[in-house]
Design a protein around this ligand. Structure first.
Ligand code: GDP
Length: 528
């Protein structure tokens, strides 16, 4: 096998999704611990805290109890290279999460044993379903009392509409938690406290019939377990890899992230069965990861990764070929060749210059305003990866400047912040207003805060009668021009210069669409 194939096939790129507080951060820490990426679990939290201390606007984040940043972490595990993409949990950042999910090959959902399937999880799973992303589930906080395991699987199946295949099964729960049984290998992993900082996460018995097990968990518990397992085997689905890979069946694990229990069976199973880098669609053809020429797309732009430098990093997922430091690549949207130097890779606690990267990997490119979300880089071919949308915002505000002399700064700030994708910036054709669109109100606070902090611009946002936006395209150039003239009052340009209809009401939008059947009014704008 060629080096390219070997490197490609050993990659596993995934995201953890959950409702806030289910334990995503804690589980991430434990996974990094197994990956040897951190010495002692706690670094993720520590890093969060350090960032909060050094960056002002992240204080806002902390104040609101949200995490608006998402990061990428790479670690080796058992011959594999795992790329873990973090997703923000707050509902107002859903678009960002959506785009992160375009860059992964599978997902892991964390569910709180006491709370079951929560609202954010439902939304995130809808997104995974759209793309048939394979999903595994981790039911967390087994050290506390929660719902009956059978009940939880039923809930996942009915609420999320996906078949569950339990891979581990809990022995007791809360105070009575004794371990989990691995339903595929038959092994029994005992729950022992005080092991949360070590790699070996428990004593393992080869089967439920192994001598000595009854003494450890008790005769009664073992008898109950046998009954329960019989029930489970009758009532649940056995693991079927094809169904999992097709996004139809979710293997489910039980454990306690904070106690580092049940995590290793999950990780072992994950690297063995989760899909490696998958092919990706472009406007012209499908790109297979096995192809040796380089290609990739940008799914996220993040500012202030390093507060000292006020830098902006564009995250690119490698889709084919190999990235090598200093190589030339074709920036398709700009139609020119650029040198990709000093790209970053991200470890648990650090970022460093990456020398090589393969399909599935995510590299960070320094961005000085030339890279947008959705941009494709190739080896010269004019192709554009599809499926990385900008959603029409649902809330609009007009920026109001306290000091009119700062207009240039305000424009620059709004344009740069909207590059990150969480907000969108529009300029009406007929006025000098600067309009910001977002999917959640929190975004306006974040932008106002950052304008002040990073651009020294004191701006506020006031309501404006725009109810929704649609990207206008299609029709003949003549029709489009006619439309432009007749509707100039309600038209604007987005940050990329594309024509947008800013509808004062839903009814108005409906009427306009009926009046101009030749034109397309798109609720998302595909980048590219
Ligand atoms: P996130 O919002 O999903 O990232 O959740 P966190 O990882 O920050 O966890 C939320 C809270 O649940 C924290 O206080 C954790 O210490 C706690 N937690 C995480 N895992 C467990 C667990 O297995 N058992 C218990 N009892 N608490 C947990």
């Amino acid at each position: 096998m060629s080096e390219h194939l070997r490197e490609t096939h050993r990659r596993r790129t995934f995201a953890i999704v959950s409702h806030p507080d289910a334990g995503k951060t804690t589980l991430t820490e434990k996974l990094l611990l197994f990956g040897g990426a951190i010495q002692m679990a706690g670094s993720v939290k520590g890093r969060k805290a350090a960032r909060h201390a050094t960056s002002d606007w992240m204080a806002l984040e902390k104040e609101r109890g949200i995490s608006v940043t998402s990061s990428v972490m790479q670690f080796p595990y058992e011959g594999h290279i795992v790329n873990l993409l973090d997703t923000p949990g707050h509902a107002d950042f859903g678009e960002d999460t959506y785009r992160v999910l375009t860059a992964v090959d599978s997902a892991l959902m964390v569910i709180d044993v006491a709370k079951g399937v929560e609202e954010r999880t439902i939304k995130l799973m809808e997104v995974c379903r759209l793309r048939d992303t394979p999903i595994m589930g981790f039911i967390n906080k087994l050290d506390r009392e929660g719902k009956e395991p059978i009940e939880l699987l039923d809930e996942i199946e009915s609420v999320l509409g996906i078949q569950c295949a339990p891979i581990t099964w809990p022995i007791g729960m809360g105070q009575r938690l004794r371990g989990v049984v691995h339903l595929v290998s038959g092994e029994v992993h005992l729950y022992e406290q005080g092991r949360n900082f070590t790699r070996q996460d428990s004593t393992i018995f080869p089967s439920i019939d192994a001598p000595g097990l009854a003494e450890r968990i008790g005769e009664q518990m073992l008898a109950d377990l046998r009954d329960e397992l019989e029930l489970v085997q009758g009532a649940s689905h056995p693991f079927n890899k094809d169904d999992y890979l097709a996004g139809k069946q979710a293997p489910v694990f039980f454990g306690s992230a904070v106690n580092n229990f049940g995590v290793q069976p999950l990780l072992d199973f994950f690297v063995e069965h989760a899909p490696g880098p998958q092919p990706r669609a472009t406007t012209s053809r499908e790109i297979a990861p096995e192809e040796e020429t380089f290609s990739g797309f940008v799914f996220k732009i993040q500012a202030n990764m390093d507060p000292q430098h006020r830098d902006r990093v564009a995250f690119l997922r490698v889709c084919s070929g190999k990235y090598e430091a200093g190589m030339k690549s074709f920036h398709v949207r700009l139609g020119k060749e650029v040198k990709l130097a000093n790209a970053l890779t991200f470890m648990a606690s650090d970022r460093e210059i990456v020398e090589t990267a393969y399909p599935g990997d995510v590299i960070g490119l320094h961005n000085h305003g030339t890279i947008s979300i959705g941009d494709t880089f190739s080896a010269g071919e004019s192709l554009a990866f599809t499926g990385i949308p900008n959603f029409a915002p649902e809330l609009f505000r007009r920026a109001r400047l306290r000091d009119p002399l700062k207009l240039k700064q305000l424009q620059k700030g709004l344009a740069q912040l909207s590059e990150e994708g969480a907000t969108q910036f529009f300029r009406p054709l007929m006025s000098n207003d600067l309009i910001l669109g977002a999917v959640g109100t929190l975004q306006f606070d974040v932008v106002a805060y950052r304008l002040k902090d990073e651009y020294s611009v004191d701006a506020s946002f006031e309501p404006i009668t725009i109810s929704t936006a649609r990207w206008v395209k299609g029709g003949t150039p003549k029709k489009l021009e006619e439309f432009r003239e007749k509707n100039a009052m309600n038209l604007g340009l987005d940050a990329a210069g594309q024509l947008v209809y800013l509808a004062p009401s839903r009814v108005n939008l409906q009427l306009t669409m009926e009046r101009w059947p030749e034109l397309e009014f798109a609720a998302t704008r595909e980048h590219a």
